[in-house]
Design a protein around this ligand. Structure first.
Ligand code: SF4
Ligand code: NI
Ligand code: NI
Length: 725
């Protein structure tokens, strides 16, 4: 039908355009010139995942353009219709190949894809961080927005609605020169990965950043081999909730071609634009692969078409609420008040009470609320959360307290920073105008504590103190309680407990992976401590955290017990027989994909290097973090390589079977600085002198040889340790 012929016409235009751009790039840079999207191990990801071709040079691009051209169906005569969808789908794929090449050339010869509000391609660090949310369900998927809304206010409304449904909003393409992202920018809406509003690019070809992201999720989390286009597309159709939202007054041929590309992934298009004919479904299970809906119903329609189940907890507050608002910053000019900050007494404190000492749902503000508090910084606030419940243990207090960051941050117009007695929160003018008051902080805490910790807590009561003298008075007791807690936690070692906890949350994408979490080794993502595991088990006894009775010792030095081994054997679908908790060389723990750091052996140095997710440069082992991550992840045991948390690096049990911290010969400077305090302390406990300065970083060594030279200069202790293998 008309859409088909328009899509095919669009595909021809796009392939021609890419061809021209490529010729320009070759003229300027030569055919041997390297092409890449920044910082990714997946080359040009759509091409790589569909064909298995790793495009590395402009020369490679020439071949792919040829391939794209060969996929183009015969150009239909004007007003003719194409009888079946197959041709259109091919044209859609050819479009995406050509556009990836076009965008990659822009990285070489301009206009640069990163410009102003436009972000260009997401690197692998972002992809792993955000892609995981698609897999674990924190974000159901994304809306790919093309064109623009009838006006800027409507754009904001649509964006907010999508954010509240926890979706990512990927923005590309314009409608007669105006794009959705520009409309949001005009209204001062914050964009960027943190807010889930992601402006990729103004050109239609920027659609490849959205779809390529989806392909990489399948390669990385779904373990789909490159070139297996069928599985990759099915993975996306079944697991990534995504759709194209085409807004505006006219759909161009190029946009039709891209819509056809998206249909390959099972992503339907929903639009408010009058389309002459609606295409009935040929390959998709949707009623229509393209549906027309009035703009005010459009988000509802998307959800309906794609069958999204949304569980928005209805909160009694006057501002939108959801994870998309967590990353939002509130600038000084936009804030009504700032709570806490240097020299301003403020705190958050959760404490356990007897059942009859707590009145559930009681929320009190002692002192003035926002109407009487002068606008500006320096506001004192004490948030006292008193809870009770048969299963509540004082050990869980810090766990619940830490979640307040998420609970409060998810309210739009409330910015949460810090914890305990060093908090610094902001409430925006906009939220204040919408009716948000201090007492709503209590509403949120009450609802979320019940919602998420209901298995443990029976009653929750919140008191908000807004008078400085009250907060100062209370702080004495509260600080004493923090100190006591810390002392109790510090005393906890692996040997002092008989029970470890499992975490299998990541099995949805690494089916054999299990984290064994102990007091001295947290989950490799860094967000599950032993206490978290314990609380997790109480909250959900059949959930991902199960107790593991250690049982008889198999090897004390390696950290193997009968209990842990048999748990892993059964939990890994019988694919792993044993795991050492304290070794990287002998039966190391497996990794899923969300490790904070990777340790890798550097054979020449008799030691290991550690690299964290934020370090994007090359490392001495010859691989960047993103490439290493591909080697280590997926639930496999790879002796000499291991993913782990930052916490574990500072633990006395860190690869203690292989020589411990003394083996660390290189790590990024920023990581060294971040962990300096605990590393210095642990090094001292282990009798290592001036150790931090003996660890090389990228400023002194970039290759294995340079690391070795540095080690010899500073007399690094790993030089005299027993050989690693
Ligand atoms: Fe759980 Fe480990 Fe995944 Fe963290 S990395 S969520 S601890 S399985
Ligand atoms: Ni209640
Ligand atoms: Ni994981």
């Amino acid at each position: 039908k008309i859409i088909c012929s328009a899509a095919i016409r669009g595909a021809y235009q796009i392939v021609d355009k890419a061809d021209k751009k490529l010729a320009e790039a070759i003229a300027q840079k030569g055919a041997g010139c390297k092409v890449e999207f920044p910082n990714t191990a997946y080359y040009l990801p759509i091409i790589y995942s569909m064909t298995g071709i790793p495009v590395k040079t402009l020369e490679d691009c020439v071949h792919v353009i040829g391939l794209a051209r060969s996929m183009l169906p015969p150009l239909p005569a004007e007003k003719h219709w194409v009888p079946y969808l197959g041709h259109t789908l091919d044209a859609g794929m050819a479009t995406l190949f050509a556009e990836e090449i076009y965008e990659a050339c822009k990285y070489l010869i301009g206009p640069h894809p990163v410009d102003g509000i436009w972000l260009g391609a997401a690197d692998d660090v972002i992809m792993r961080e955000r892609g995981i949310e698609f897999v674990d369900g924190t974000a159901p998927g994304f809306a790919a927005i093309v064109g623009c809304a009838p006006d800027a206010d409507t754009a904001v409304k649509i964006a907010r609605e999508l954010q509240q449904k926890n979706l990512y909003v990927f923005i590309q393409s314009d409608n007669f020169g105006v794009s959705f992202a520009e409309q949001l920018a005009e209204k001062g809406v914050q964009m960027g990965w943190d807010t889930r509003l992601v402006p990729f690019g103004k050109e239609t070809s920027a659609a490849v950043y959205s779809l390529g992201f989806a392909n990489r999720a399948a390669l990385s989390f779904g373990n789909v081999p490159p070139g297996d286009f069928k599985r990759n597309l099915l993975y996306n159709k079944n697991r990534i909730f995504a759709f194209v939202l085409a807004l505006g007054t006219k759909v161009t041929d190029e946009q039709y071609a891209n819509a056809a590309g998206a249909i390959n992934y099972g992503f339907p298009t929903i639009t408010n634009i009058d389309i002459p004919e609606i295409l009935p479904t040929g390959v998709c299970t949707y009623e229509h692969v393209v549906s027309k809906v009035p703009v005010d119903k459009i988000v509802d329609k998307c959800v309906e078409v794609r069958g999204l189940k949304i569980s928005i907890h209805k909160l009694d507050i006057p501002v939108p609420y959801g994870p998309a608002f967590e990353g939002e910053r509130i600038r000084k000019e936009d804030m009504q008040i700032e709570i806490g900050g240097p020299g301003v007494p403020a705190f958050e404190y959760v404490c356990t009470k007897e059942i009859d000492e707590v009145e559930d749902g009681k929320i009190q503000v002692i002192g003035p609320d926002l109407d009487e508090i002068p606008a500006g910084p320096g506001v004192s606030l004490g948030i006292m959360v008193e809870v009770s419940g048969r299963k509540m243990q004082p050990d869980f207090e810090p766990i619940f307290e830490r979640q307040m960051h998420r609970f409060l941050g998810e309210a739009q117009g409330l910015f949460h920073m810090g914890q305990r007695d060093i908090i610094r929160h902001r409430i925006s003018k906009e939220a204040f105008k919408a009716g948000f008051r201090i007492r709503h902080i209590g509403n949120i805490i009450h609802a979320k504590f019940h919602g998420e910790f209901g298995a443990i807590l029976d009653k929750v009561q919140v008191t908000l103190y807004t008078k400085k003298e009250d907060v100062e008075r209370l702080l004495k007791d509260v600080r004493a309680a923090y100190t006591e807690r810390d002392a109790r936690l510090k005393g906890m070692t692996d040997d002092s407990v008989s029970m470890f906890y499992s975490c299998t949350l990541c099995q949805s994408f690494a089916p054999t992976h299990i984290c064994v979490v102990t007091p001295e080794r947290s989950g490799l993502c860094g967000s599950v401590s032993w206490l978290d595991g314990k609380a997790g088990y109480e909250i959900n006894p059949t959930g991902p955290n199960q107790p593991i009775e250690r049982g008889k010792t198999v090897d004390e030095r390696l950290g193997q017990w009968e209990g842990t081994n048999s748990f892993i054997f059964n939990g890994s679908n019988r694919s792993l027989e044993k795991v050492s908790l304290y070794s990287i060389m002998t039966d190391p723990m497996t990794s899923c994909g969300c490790f904070e750091c990777i340790s890798a052996m550097l054979p020449m140095t008799n030691g290991i290097m550690v690299v964290d997710r934020d370090f994007a440069e090359m490392t001495p082992c010859g691989m960047k973090f993103s490439t290493l991550a591909g080697t280590v992840g997926g639930g496999l045991q790879t002796p000499g390589f291991m993913g782990h948390s930052k916490f574990y690096l500072g633990s006395r049990k860190f690869i203690s079977a292989d020589g411990g911290l003394a083996r660390v010969v290189w790590m990024p400077k920023a990581l060294k600085e971040e962990l300096a305090e605990t590393l210095i302390k642990t090094a001292e406990e282990l009798g290592l002198e001036d150790f931090l300065n003996k660890i090389a970083d990228e400023t002194v060594a970039q290759t294995e040889e340079e690391v070795l030279n540095y080690m010899q200069k500073v007399n690094h202790p790993a030089l005299v340790l027993a050989p690693m293998f």
